[in-house]
Design a protein around this ligand. Structure first.
Ligand SMILES: Cc1cc2nc3c(=O)[nH]c(=O)nc-3n(C[C@H](O)[C@H](O)[C@H](O)COP(=O)(O)OP(=O)(O)OC[C@H]3O[C@@H](n4cnc5c(N)ncnc54)[C@H](O)[C@@H]3O)c2cc1C
Length: 458
């Protein structure tokens, strides 16, 4: 009888676990199912590039059916829980039916979500940069703020739309802000009034420094580079309150803004708490250094949702990075194959961070590769080469190259495709004209404008 191996989550960890199992399991010895919500893996390090319009959204994802061996069964479903003592997970299938899927070996790789804090107004007004829809929505929002600001007579009202705050200076915050600011600075020539007013970009960080993932010298370089572009960097500062039109910071300043992006860390996906597995104080699944969940000999956990001991720092879990999730995926694939073959629990996870790349747009980056540190254009070239090498599939790599080169030659476009994927109902245009006639309004762009700042004919 073939064994049932189930991988929960098709991100970095799950994808590499599946690839490894396809490689190392003897043919027909096991049925490997990858259960995940989307039929692609999101290559998150390139998400800021998609948010800034340098890369096509489709080009920062890896279609799982194309890239996985045909021996891996992909099953799209939402995992809703598990009963580990019966060896089943609970899923809601695409057609809405609730089902139980049985396993002999389970690998949990369900990733993380944005970690929010109980700050007044944050849940209602904060934006995230964690998923593809969020990245695209953020880009559309930035374009829309430019479009709205361009219609406003009042300079203060315009300034409010042209002020952008990011809270949290890790990968997502720093790269996201840098790429979006670069994009906005590139296209602002097309908005004469906005150009006169100018933009304000602020990066707020609670701790004393940006990017704890890189050394102090490189972090200082990144800060100098961003400040030279006019970006304000406020360390040891927290966000105290957000409204639709302002953000109050702990240094007392109330900044008038329509854009607050929350990039201050991650926490395990909430479904992880429904799996009946042991968790640490931060809600991550407790594993040993072979990635096996404590107290279960047939359950394994990897990636952002797991507290895997970090080989580089005693007593601390591995950081939530793609590079760790990838290596854990490879190790867990081998360990599960080993366990099925009766060979015990297999290898220890020993990976220590070898390098870090932080792309800051404008052909600038900072990077460390082993003992060597890089900054400026060489680091940027290195970062692009690294992602090119890491992106699975020759077709995907070719698409990245084309996007990057077109961007270098022709700049970026400012089309705001916010309605993409939400087509109007057949009769919607008729209804809109009727309701505009009744209300005396013309379009919904002016709906975001403050009262008293009437759109000017240009
Ligand atoms: C903007 C940004 C930039 C980043 N840049 C870098 C970088 O440059 N370098 C780096 O090393 N790391 C970077 N990271 C971190 C990196 O993305 C994560 O550490 C990595 O994705 C973790 O892999 P994972 O497999 O644990 O989770 P994920 O890759 O998030 O995968 C989780 C999977 O589980 C699926 N899933 C979740 N819940 C369910 C459910 N209920 N049912 C079914 N499926 C579910 C999801 O759809 C997803 O496929 C970045 C993150 C962000 C947000």
């Amino acid at each position: 009888m073939a064994w049932n191996v189930l991988i929960a989550g098709g991100g970095f960890g799950g994808f590499y676990a599946a690839k490894t199992l396809a490689k190392v399991l003897p043919p027909h010895s096991a049925r490997v199912r990858l259960v995940t919500e989307d039929n692609f893996m999101l290559y998150t390090p390139l998400l800021p590039g998609a948010a800034a319009g340098t890369l096509e959204p489709r080009h920062v994802v890896v279609p799982l059916r194309e890239e996985l061996d045909s021996s891996i069964h992909l099953r799209l479903a939402k995992i809703t829980g598990a009963t580990p003592h019966r060896n089943v997970i609970h899923v809601r299938s695409l057609d809405g039916t609730q089902e139980e899927l049985r396993y002999d070996q389970l690998i949990v790789a369900l990733g993380s979500v944005s970690r929010t804090l109980p700050i007044p107004g944050l849940a209602e007004h904060g934006k995230a940069l964690k998923s593809l829809p969020e990245a695209i929505a953020l880009r559309n929002h930035v374009v829309r703020t430019l479009e709205i600001a361009e219609t406003l007579e009042d300079g203060d009202a315009r300034r409010e739309y042209l002020t952008y705050i990011f809270v949290g200076a890790g990968y997502a915050g720093l790269e996201g802000l840098a790429e979006l600011q670069d994009f906005a600075a590139d296209v602002i020539d097309l908005y004469p009034r906005c150009q006169v007013t100018g933009m304000r970009w602020i990066l707020v960080e609670a701790s004393g420094r940006v990017m704890p993932e890189i050394g102090q010298k490189l972090a200082d370089f990144a800060v100098r580079e961003l400040r030279a572009r006019g970006i304000e960097i406020r360390t040891q500062t927290t966000l105290d309150e957000v409204t639709a039109r302002s953000a109050r910071l702990s240094d007392g300043e109330v900044v008038a803004t329509r854009t607050l992006v929350w990039t201050a860390g991650v926490k395990p996906h909430p479904v992880v708490a429904q799996l009946g597995l042991p968790l640490d104080d931060r809600g991550r699944i407790d594993t040993d250094d072979r990635l096996q969940v404590k107290g279960f000999d047939n359950v394994w956990a990897i990636g952002d949702c797991a507290a895997v001991p970090d080989p580089a720092r005693k007593g601390v879990p591995s950081p939530p990075t793609a590079q760790h999730a990838i290596r854990q995926g490879r190790v867990v694939g081998r360990n599960v194959a080993n366990a099925l073959g009766g060979g015990g629990r297999g290898r220890r996870f020993t990976y220590k961070t070898k390098g870090v790349f932080v792309d800051m747009g404008r052909r600038k980056a900072v990077a460390t590769t082993g003992p060597i540190t890089w900054s400026g254009t060489p680091a940027w070239l290195l970062a692009r080469s690294y992602h090119l090498a890491m992106m699975p599939g020759a077709g995907r790599r070719a698409r990245l190259l084309v996007d990057w080169n077109i961007g270098l030659l022709f700049g970026r476009d400012t089309a705001e495709l916010g309605r993409l994927g939400e087509p109007r109902a057949l009769e919607a245009p008729l209804a809109e004209v009727a309701s505009a006639g009744a209300n005396g309004t013309e379009d919904d762009a002016s709906a975001g404008a403050p009262a008293g700042s009437a759109s000017a004919a240009r």
